[in-house]
Write a protein that binds this ligand. Structure first.
Ligand code: NAP
Ligand code: ZN
Length: 348
């Protein structure tokens, strides 16, 4: 018998999220049932709830920055026990057989990874996310939360953390590299901490200087306002890696002008509308214009362990679930420092 749990759902692109109930499947032999304690609010939740990425299958329960405690394990589960502190990020399954799955890049599964919400599980049932009391996930997609990390502040690592860690590692951020993080929101504030811990020289490019003090405290070496046109003139051709975390469209060519020869701009922000790029912005300094999405399960565990070792967590504002609509408005106004996390006990 599937279990009914309380949740908060979007029912259309324009209406506020409201209370609902959803069904979670029975625990299969390789499944783990998790009592959800916290769910981070990622800007992707808002894009999805508001139908900004194409047709959303309503009603939908979003949330893919999940932490909690194992409540039940299937008969063949070997890696988890009841009571373990665990997390689930943006994926709950993948084909497991393609070259990318086999090498630990499940996010790039040729059949498409199965997203924590808005996907369709191998049982044919639409997936529903973390703004809920419990979730059932195959053990291969469950992460272990290291002892040094609190469950609330660790939740945003499951998406925001890995989304920055993976490209920083892939493009070699470290001693001697100059990294710019565009946008100091949920993703950006993780990027600053991770790039700094990896040894890179870190610059924040934010719309204003309002968050400068915190940005520097998080590990940035430099902080500039993009609203000041002089910023682009002064910083021309001075970065090896620019990571764009902005949720809205930006002037891509202006940011490409900040890259040194052979530099790379990586888009992790996923705005609603396409953006244009001039060929000249790329060819004059052999620039690469790239994208990246989350990270594989093995790399996500590596990131969690790295954060525990380095004392890195998200800066969070914990809210009750009834405040979620207000929190969405504040995220949209760039008024979040730096991640809202829902205490899911307030669903009771
Ligand atoms: P967020 O907390 O809202 O942060 C975005 C930041 O972008 C804001 O804090 C703001 O920073 C800046 N910004 C917002 N509007 C802007 C505008 N009009 N012009 C310039 N800067 C602007 O969002 P998030 O949760 O970090 O997510 C950011 C984006 O990444 C979203 O599009 C999300 O869907 C996407 N995402 C992608 C992946 C992936 O796998 N690739 C994973 C997670 C999220 P300042 O105030 O500092 O300017
Ligand atoms: Zn996310």
């Amino acid at each position: 018998m599937p279990t009914t749990v309380k949740a908060y759902a979007a029912t259309s692109a324009t209406e506020p999220l409201t209370p609902t109930t959803i069904e979670r499947r029975d625990v299969g032999p390789r499944d783990v049932r998790i009592d959800i304690r916290y769910a981070g609010i990622c800007h992707s939740d808002i894009h999805t709830a508001r139908g900004e990425w194409g047709a959303t299958n309503y009603p939908i329960v979003v949330g893919h920055e999940i932490t909690g405690v194992v409540a039940e394990v299937g008969s063949e589960v070997t890696r988890f026990h009841v009571g373990d502190r665990v997390g689930v990020g943006c994926m709950v399954d993948s084909c497991g057989e393609c070259q990318y799955c086999r090498r630990g890049d499940e996010q790039y599964c040729v059949k498409g990874n199965i997203q924590t919400y808005g996907g369709v599980g191998k049982d044919g049932v639409p997936t529903q996310g973390g703004y809920s009391q419990a979730i059932v996930v195959t053990e291969d997609f469950v992460l272990r939360i290291p002892d040094g990390l609190e469950l609330d502040a660790a939740a945003p690592l499951l998406c925001a953390g890995i989304t920055l860690y993976s490209p920083l590692k892939h493009w070699g951020a470290g001693p001697g590299t100059r990294v710019a993080v565009v946008g100091l929101g949920g993703l950006g504030h993780m990027g600053v901490q991770l790039a700094h811990a990896l040894g890179a020289e870190v610059t924040v490019l934010s719309q204003s200087l309002k968050k400068q003090e915190e940005g520097l405290r998080l590990g940035a070496d430099h902080y500039h306002a993009t609203s000041d046109p002089d910023t682009f003139r002064r910083l021309a051709a001075s970065f090896d890696l620019v990571i764009n975390t902005v949720s809205a469209s930006i002037d891509v060519d202006a940011y490409l002008s900040l890259l040194a020869v052979d530099g790379t701009m990586v888009n992790v922000g996923a705005p609603e509308h396409p953006q244009s790029v001039s060929a000249f912005s790329l060819l004059m300094r052999r620039i690469s214009f790239a994208g990246s999405t989350i990270g594989g399960i093995r790399e996500t565990q590596e990131m969690l362990d790295f954060c525990a070792e380095q004392g890195i967590t998200a800066l969070i504002e914990t809210i009750g679930v009834e405040q979620v609509n207000e929190a969405y408005e504040r995220v949209l106004a760039s008024d979040v420092r730096y991640r809202f996390v829902i205490d899911t006990s307030t669903l009771a």
